[in-house]
Design a protein around this ligand. Structure first.
Ligand code: GAP
Length: 577
């Protein structure tokens, strides 16, 4: 616990905002709210005059998606701050560039985090690519010709609304800067209150309103607050709303669009001609390779192209640890279908495929839910979109989305490149631009959800301890190997031999000879290792070893040393749903 306390102040290094359980609907993540042209948030601002109107209507849409109330007490024994601390203590995730104080929105995965993340990606690839005959893989470049992002609309439209405080030089996401007019019972105004959304806006703004009234020595109460965000503020209101940084009105600017793509310069000159972008999604790399992949792999529709890779978004306010960062990874599939196919049925199949995958890698089903986007919440091109949401300790939020995107992307690239992206139906005269179903999952959000699901606490001999219940298919260390005593060379030799044998079979195992067996078990439980094998004196007689399961510690089995590999192989299979 001492170590934990020492680490807690560093939680802010992770860009962590720690909200209390929300008392009002949580804001959907950007993509939930605006599947812009490419499943991304998108504030299309064709003219400045329509900007605020556009922001306001988008903003209303954001709030139209009520979130399940979070019963964190019932679901969780740990809060986000605890998780951040645990991730650091146990070698899962560190702030990037920590010796320089960290870098907001960027993270480094430590030794165990790297293993867990790699296993997640491997399992996804196995299930979505290797286990299906209608999906093939791709690995496209992070930086590509800017024509791609121009055609896709990201250059013009991939924005969030931003507000500046000219006094403090701080920047806020306009849709996260909440405010309310404090209207007295007699209809006059006592002024305005504001805050950056943190999950408990209503309570906090009420408190601020009471304080304001007290400061102004006003008798009596005020009317119920109508809470809005800065995309809903008129020019007049903007002047009266206090900046959360200074507490004073007059320094906030109106909302304006901030493009989230990171710019970079390719080649020796840094000018307009050499400007390009770090990709904000992996999807575009799939669309622009559609024709070549179809041809070289002789694919017949329906089929999908899968990709796992980094994406970058210059989030105005990265927060909630890995949930919203500036550099993250996506696992995406663009599944190309006949425009006349029953797209709803195919979308449903992909939702179930994703749902089952999430369950198989170990997410608790009780923490999963669906959120269907309908009506004006859908982007203009989208035919349907369903998110799978997960109840994190800070609220229920989008984990992944499955969108039916029509033919928009391929049409855009065909038009801009002059290259036909039509599919010729074999043996027929019929040609068409395929439509797309897109399951898109953030690796880091899944990583965080997995940690939340796996975290548990128990008590041994009156001593409380925490452990991680990872499924063997993703656990960073599959099996630990212990000699019963470290000063008995025959035991040590056999244990090291078993570790080497398992390593050569492809398992990540850990050899540990330090401390009592009980302590060694506990260390492994803490990092989520599902199995521990102990070499004891019986091993010298009959070449059997004990296997102890993390989740059933009293049931210790004996197995032949040579059978351990096959046993682990079986246990590490991704469960069939
Ligand atoms: N190609 C579609 C697309 O990119 P999106 O909803 O914007 O859609 C897909 O992103 C997934 O990527 C999200 O469901 C989420 O899991 C992950 N993601 C998006 N922005 C993220 C961020 N800033 N930090 C971490 N993960 C993010």
């Amino acid at each position: 616990m001492e170590a934990m306390a020492a680490l807690l102040p560093r939680a802010k290094d992770f860009g962590l905002a720690l909200p209390a359980p929300p008392t009002r609907p949580q804001r959907p993540s950007a993509s939930t709210a605006f599947r812009g042209s490419f499943g991304l948030r998108c504030f299309a601002l064709p003219a400045v005059a329509s900007f605020l109107t556009s922001l306001r209507s988008q903003s209303r849409r954001r709030f139209s998606a009520p979130r399940r109330a979070v019963n964190t007490d019932a679901e969780y024994k740990i809060d986000l701050e605890g998780l951040v601390s645990l991730c650091k203590r146990r070698g899962f995730v560190f702030p990037s560039g920590e010796i320089y104080g960290g870098y907001n929105g960027f993270f480094d995965y430590g030794p165990l985090g790297a293993e867990l993340k790699n296993n997640l990606k491997r399992m996804w690839w196995r299930k979505m690519v290797h286990c299906r005959d209608d999906v093939i893989g791709l690995d496209s470049s992070i930086v590509t010709t800017p024509s791609v992002h121009q055609a896709s609309g990201h250059v013009d439209n991939f924005s969030d609304p931003m507000v500046d405080c000219t006094e403090s030089k701080k920047r806020f996401r306009a849709d996260q800067l909440m405010w309310a007019k404090v209207e007295l019972e007699d209809g006059t105004s006592a002024g305005y209150v504001s805050m950056v959304e943190d999950g408990n806006v209503e309570v906090a703004l009420k408190k601020a309103a009471k304080k304001l009234i007290k400061q102004k020595k006003i008798e009596g109460g005020f009317k119920e607050l109508e809470i809005k965000d800065m995309t809903d503020a008129t020019e007049e209101e903007v002047k009266l709303i206090p900046s959360p940084a200074t507490g004073l009105p007059g320094s906030l600017t109106g909302a304006r669009a901030f493009n989230l793509m990171f710019e970079t310069y390719v080649g020796p000159y840094s000018d307009g001609a050499s400007k390009s972008y770090l990709r904000p999604e992996t999807a575009q790399g799939i669309f622009v390779n559609f024709k070549t992949v179809t041809y070289v792999m002789r694919q017949k529709i329906p089929f999908g192209i899968a990709q796992i890779g980094k994406a970058f978004r210059n989030e105005i306010t990265p927060r909630q640890f890995l949930f919203r960062s500036r550099e993250f990874e996506q696992m995406e599939i663009e599944y190309f279908i006949d425009p006349e196919a029953d797209f709803k049925a195919i979308q449903e199949e992909w939702i179930m495929e994703m749902w089952n995958f999430l369950k198989a890698v170990g997410l608790k089903e009780s923490l999963l839910d669906r959120e269907v986007h309908e009506g004006e919440k859908l982007a203009h091109y989208a035919r349907a979109c369903t998110d799978i949401v997960f109840t994190y300790p800070f609220g229920t939020q989008e984990l992944l989305g499955v969108a039916a995107r029509g033919e928009y992307d391929l049409q855009q690239h065909a038009q801009a490149s002059g290259e036909s992206l039509e599919y010729q139906v074999p043996g027929q005269k019929r040609k068409f631009v395929p439509h797309v179903i897109e399951p898109s999952c953030g690796v880091d959000r899944l990583f965080l959800a997995l940690l939340c699901s796996a975290y548990d606490e128990d008590e041994i001999d009156g001593e409380k301890r925490s452990l991680l219940r990872f499924h063997p298919c993703v656990a960073p260390i599959t099996c630990a190997i212990f000699p019963l005593l470290k000063n008995k060379p025959p035991l040590v030799e056999k244990a090291k031999g078993l570790a080497a044998m398992l390593r050569s079979s492809g398992f990540n195992v850990l050899y540990d000879e330090a401390g009592t067996i009980g302590k060694r078990y506990r260390r492994m439980d803490e990092v989520g290792t599902p199995f521990c094998c102990t070499i004891d004196f019986d091993t010298l007689e009959d070449d059997t070893v004990t296997i102890r399961r993390r989740d059933d510690p009293l049931k210790v089995e004996r197995k032949k040393r040579e059978d351990i590999g096959a046993f682990l192989m079986k246990e590490c299979q991704l469960p069939e749903q």
